[in-house]
Design a binder for this molecule. Structure first.
Ligand SMILES: *[C@@H]1O[C@H](CO)[C@@H](O)[C@H](O)[C@H]1NC(C)=O
Ligand SMILES: *[C@@H]1O[C@H](CO)[C@@H](O)[C@H](O)[C@H]1NC(C)=O
Length: 203
């Protein structure tokens, strides 16, 4: 009977914990305010007052001009829109749901993450050999192979190839020379040995 009592207690505890959980856990798109789950404000609006009843809408107000929020939220105010610098142009307007998009003006580019520096002037290719035109985020790509004669890869290759052959031939001659000297030394040594043998037999 004691065991039953314990089991019952455990069950009661679990029920209590679960009911607490259902109160505190809010659904996706909701947020917790005191003991209530309130619906988040939609993009383009900010939170003025949280809901009064569980799972109800909150009081949301539209963003002021030059302000935006691009996601569901519970922010107390909208974010100010970016302002384009004088070396940039606007490519997307500021709206309640999206920030203004700026990019470098025609003929200039900026390839860093947020372009905190100024836009750079697009490079021009010496012989007009453009592989890829400059745009707002990437500089011009030139055909380097033809625009820099004397420094291209093939020239280096043409120089190194005969040089390599010379080195190989030189190494070959040195090895053969060494082998010949070695053979001569062995022959000399053998002859000297013969001489010693000869002199000993003569004695
Ligand atoms: C709150 O939710 C209840 C039940 O879903 C609904 O009847 C009521 O109209 C809602 N109140 C507001 C202010 O939206
Ligand atoms: C610039 O060109 C690159 C490569 O083609 C591309 O990935 C990038 O999106 C372009 N940028 C703009 C702003 O069009």
């Amino acid at each position: 009977t004691r065991l039953r009592l314990l089991l019952l207690l455990g069950l009661l505890l679990r029920v209590a914990v679960c009911s607490v959980n259902t109160i505190t856990l809010c659904k996706i798109g909701e947020f917790k305010h005191e003991n209530l789950c309130c619906l988040q404000c939609s993009a383009g609006t900010y939170l003025r007052n949280p809901c009064q009843e569980n799972h109800n809408k909150s009081e949301c107000a539209p963003c002021d001009s030059e302000h935006f929020i691009d996601h569901k939220n519970r922010e107390s105010e909208c974010f100010p829109c970016s302002v384009c610098r004088d070396d940039q142009e606007e490519v997307a307007k500021c709206s309640r749901t999206a920030d203004r998009v700026c990019q470098c003006k025609q003929g200039t580019y900026c390839d860093s993450e947020n372009c905190l520096e100024r836009c750079h002037t697009c490079s021009s290719c010496p012989d007009g050999r453009v592989v890829r035109k400059c745009n707002a985020t990437m500089d011009t790509v030139c055909d380097k192979f033809d625009s820099e004669p004397g420094q291209s890869g093939s020239q280096c290759f043409c120089f190194s190839k005969p040089l390599g052959i010379v080195v190989i031939i030189a190494a070959f001659i040195i090895i053969i020379g060494a082998v010949i000297i070695l053979i001569l030394k062995i022959i000399c040594y053998c002859k000297r040995g013969e001489n010693i043998q000869l002199s000993s037999t003569m004695l």
